[in-house]
Design a protein around this ligand. Structure first.
Ligand SMILES: [Zn+2]
Length: 276
């Protein structure tokens, strides 16, 4: 890859992070609430870090955090394979962070081979299969941006069908309130998880710290919580905030890898059994 195109990829991902989001930072409740006062051991929180794959800021710091986490790695970028290998070697779950078309913004911000609603069925399938092949050790997938694509049933049916064929679960990042992912995943029988809160949609210490507070409030009341942060522009802020908050959060809940929150095989989202 030339230095020019490398710069373009990096710029594309950063631009996507800066401009592509239309979501609110706190998403509507998706997971079953757990009774208040439940012992901490029965509450679980999975931290997912998006946007690995492009030598992003905070990559090393995130992978060194002393808590279980899941690395979402973008395909077709300069450090895609290296980051996936490093995450796997560090005992992290690895998932494909699939670039998908947003409602606002230029598709070119997504980087190479993004899933666009203008593509044919065949091209969508080919791109999803290629993305999975690009990210070693991937056991699941989530969407990068995607507020338009995740609301498109034709597109999601193909994406989720490929996930099913490859044995991957899907984490809906929930960048759209019109997401069709829950409906289609249920129809196809693809194991599904949903994001509950973004930590760093604004890149300031104050905002990330406020979102950590929101996370603590959620974790105290829920059986399982999924939280998404990012390497890249907020990478150092977010990794620092997670490191600082880990002891308090660990008193409230158990950090787990994303795969530990999956519903039992063959079942839909059933009440989570208490861990041993
Ligand atoms: Zn992303």
């Amino acid at each position: 890859m030339t230095s020019k195109s490398k710069g373009l990829c990096r710029g594309a991902v950063v631009a996507a992070l800066l401009t592509g989001w239309t979501l609110s930072a706190v998403l509507p409740p998706a997971a079953a609430a757990a009774p208040e006062g439940q012992p901490a051991e029965t509450r679980r929180v999975a931290v997912v870090i998006d946007d690995f794959g492009n030598h992003m800021k905070g990559t090393e710091q995130m992978l060194k955090l002393p808590i279980p986490l899941t690395a979402a790695v973008m395909p077709f970028l300069p450090s895609t394979k290296a980051d996936a290998e490093a995450a796997h070697a560090a005992g992290r779950d690895v998932i494909v962070h699939l670039p998908m078309e947003p409602v606002r913004g230029k598709p070119s911000w997504l980087g190479p081979k993004a899933i666009l609603t203008s593509l044919s069925d065949e091209e969508i399938r080919a791109r999803v299969e290629a993305a999975i092949a690009e990210v070693p050790h991937a056991i699941g997938m989530n969407n990068h941006m995607g507020s338009k694509a995740t609301a498109d049933e034709r597109v999601m049916r193909i994406v989720l069908q490929v996930c099913k064929e490859r044995g991957l679960f899907f984490l809906d990042s929930r960048t759209s309130h019109k997401t069709v992912v829950p409906k289609v995943a249920q129809e196809l029988g693809v194991p599904l998880l949903q994001n509950d809160v973004f930590l760093d949609d604004v890149y300031t210490h104050q905002h990330v710290s406020r979102q950590i507070g929101v996370l603590k409030g959620m974790v105290a009341k829920r059986e399982k919580t999924v939280v998404i942060g990012h390497v890249g522009p907020p990478g150092l802020i977010t990794s620092g905030a997670l490191l600082a908050a880990a002891p308090t959060l660990q008193a409230q809940a158990r950090f787990v890898r994303l795969s530990e929150l999956l519903p039992p095989a063959g079942g839909q989202a059933a009440p989570t059994p208490a861990p041993k």
